[in-house]
Design a protein around this ligand. Structure first.
Ligand SMILES: NC(=O)c1ccc[n+]([C@@H]2O[C@H](COP(=O)([O-])OP(=O)(O)OC[C@H]3O[C@@H](n4cnc5c(N)ncnc54)[C@H](O)[C@@H]3O)[C@@H](O)[C@H]2O)c1
Length: 246
């Protein structure tokens, strides 16, 4: 357990399965947080359970495709907690769409959520990032290996990986920037592909199970901690051996 007392996290997509686990982890480490998501009411209910006093968690509705909403969330964190130490970009959307039939609108929507959204909130927090700060972008196995019927998502996540490497160069030495690339993690996002192809995914995963959201959260907190103080521009794969990167 790391000591994040007095430090402040901004997170997108915070009502998601992985993001909730990250919020629980950072709360236990003592961090203050601005949690954001499209689904504001569900997020408020979750935040109230985690921090009934509301002293350490502020909630904001942010559609990551809207840069003004990202800007407002960054300002809120600065006003409430005096600056920003950590950014975790975790909003994502993963609909099935064979490329031959994919509409322009479907393509642009998925790029907007997964890639534009990462850019907007990263730019928004920059004026407020404190010395020793860290960003963790939640990318995906799809950005490295591809996933059938999800080319828009794979392209967006590949873009996130490349974007993060460039940011690491721009923001050093004040801020470290890293990615995590989950494989199959047990959240609502993968329910459809597990229903259709779950046996194949698990057969190809060396550890023969889905990952737990908590197993992503602990890696994200490590990347934000002093334990990862010399680690920037990197990606950590969390996939139980589904894909072994060189
Ligand atoms: N679950 C997996 O197996 C897996 C694998 C690889 C990568 N990921 C990535 O992990 C992250 C978290 O995913 P999860 O599995 O917890 O999924 P999830 O579906 O549980 O959560 C996704 C969250 O993103 C939010 N969101 C969607 N569109 C948004 C928008 N326009 N603006 C703001 N919020 C929006 C949703 O409301 C939801 O709370 C995503 O970036 C996803 O791509 C997940």
């Amino acid at each position: 357990m790391y000591d994040f007392n007095g430090r402040a996290l901004v997170m997108t997509g915070a009502n998601g399965g992985i993001s909730r686990a990250i919020a629980v982890e950072f709360h236990a480490c003592g961090a203050n947080m601005v949690l954001t998501d499209l689904n504001e009411q569900a997020l408020r209910d979750f935040a109230r359970e985690l921090d009934p006093s509301g002293e350490r968690i502020a909630v904001a509705k942010v559609d990551v495709t809207q840069s003004a909403e990202a800007d407002a969330a960054a300002r809120l964190c600065n006003e409430r907690f005096g600056g920003i130490d950590f950014l975790v970009t975790s909003a994502g959307h993963f609909p099935k769409s064979p490329t031959r039939d994919m509409t322009d609108e479907e393509w642009h929507r998925i790029i907007a959520i997964n890639l534009d959204g990462t850019f907007y909130i990263s730019r928004a927090v920059m004026p407020y990032l404190r010395e020793g700060s860290a960003m963790v972008h939640v990318a995906s196995l799809a950005g490295h290996a591809g996933v059938i019927w999800h080319s828009h998502y794979g392209a967006a996540k590949g873009g996130v990986l490349a974007f993060a490497r460039s940011l690491a160069k721009e923001l050093a030495p004040r801020t470290r920037v890293n990615c995590v690339s989950p494989g199959i993690i047990d959240t609502p996002m993968v329910r459809a592909i597990m229903e259709s192809d779950g046996d194949t995914w698990l057969a190809n995963t060396l550890l023969k199970r889905m990952g737990e959201p908590r197993e992503v959260a602990t890696v994200v907190s490590f990347l934000c901690s002093d334990g990862a103080g010399f680690l920037t521009g990197e990606t950590i794969h969390i996939n139980g051996g589904l894909y072994i990167a060189s």
